[in-house]
Design a protein around this ligand. Sequence first.
Ligand code: NAD
Ligand code: G6P
Ligand code: MN
Ligand code: MN
Length: 433
Amino acid sequence: GLKIATIGGGSSYTPELIEGFINYHSELPVREIWLVDIEEGKEKLEIVGNLAKRMVQKAGVPIEIHLTLDRREALKSADFVTTQFRVGLLAARELDERIPLKHGVLGQETNGPGGLFKALRTIPVILEICREMEEFCPNAWLINFTNPAGMVTEAVLRYSNIDKVVGLCNVPIGMEMGVAKLLEVDHKRIRIDFAGLNHMVYGLDVFVDGVSVKDQVISLITDPDKSITMQNIHAIGWEPEFLRALDVFPCPYHNYYYKAGDMLEKELKNFKAGGTRAEIVKKLEAELFELYKNPNLAVKPPQLEKRGGAYYSDAAVRLIHSMYTDKQDIQTVNTMNKGAIASIPFDSAVEVSCIITKNGPKPIAMGDLPIQVRGLVIQMKSFERVAIDAAISGDYGTALLAMTINPLVPSDRIAKVILDEMLESHKKYLPQF
Ligand code: NAD
Ligand code: G6P
Ligand code: MN
Ligand code: MN
């Protein structure tokens, strides 16, 4: 049987993952799942871990659930290590979203100034985990869900000795599910050629049973009621002529770039009305943990679907299943580019359709991105690479450079104001600065 170690086990998403392992159990013989957390997450780990135990018991599958604060013990001889942790918890996310907003900039906790700081806090921790993996489970695969997933994956690829890493996001699977719903067909008949970066990915083509329906999908989603989005992004709707001319299927995060002013205005309104997404998530999380405490609950509650990470378990367990069985099906993950997308560095992480094998994802060559989207993707990759360099070096100028070249930040002066305030507020989690 397989041993899984899940870092950040106290996450409210854990029941998703457990449900996935239960559903796949006949083909994916998981024997042990070790949920790991830290002192601050102890109570969450206890509550969600006990629910996990009730879930496997009710399902009648022979999976042992272990709860621990000892990461090394959890990693020992693990076959797959999955990560879903948040350095600094939601309090840090609140700062990531609020500080930039005070200065008229969208924080955006994965792509904007917030994403930069989430990377600065997270990269040192993931590299520490990699060093422990070398010692305790050198053959394991690291499946990283921790955001910013693209930058975290690239940091592992370029700055650790762990090569067996895959970054995972639910946006591609969410877009496929969204198209299936829109066209009223089973999601298994939908395939999208994905290329780009995490939260900056495009569907270059969309197929039903191998026949392109891209134009039809693009026309349909110009209707705001039919736009495909995630729970954490309030889509406003696209200008139909713009989207048809763009000629590729954008992801929900593109709202922040192609509708920057509108999204900022909306966020400021939300903020005045009650707070940023972090505050909404705090309430959702409190509600979820109240439910999880109920000793009669032994399944994943539907309320979890209000979180942005819906379909996470499908994505994660489907990936592990295909790697374990050498299925060689196509899934979209974050992996080393290796030339699959021209004009992105060879050793950078990209989010791209891949063939999933026992030896990992093999990216499918997508060639050059269409000229109308190429520049933005390259710009974001420059931002990501500079941000990673800042996370490693702790160099102030490099961090200021990353903040300034982020497309959501209007000037070096505002970048510096935001940077200084964020460095101060997050000091506890930034030992490298
Ligand atoms: P959360 O705030 O509930 O944190 C999860 C757990 O991580 C907590 O129990 C916390 O105590 C623990 N933790 C913090 N620092 C840790 C450390 N150093 N080692 C081990 N555990 C630690 O977070 P969440 O909302 O459940 O999200 C978890 C992560 O997953 C975040 O990074 C989030 O951005 C990411 N996420 C990714 C996607 C995706 O598409 N890839 C989707 C949703 C969420
Ligand atoms: C989206 C993204 C995640 C993101 C999350 C936010 O689906 O893919 O990477 O972090 O949802 O969800 P939340 O409920 O925490 O706002
Ligand atoms: Mn390496
Ligand atoms: Mn994501």
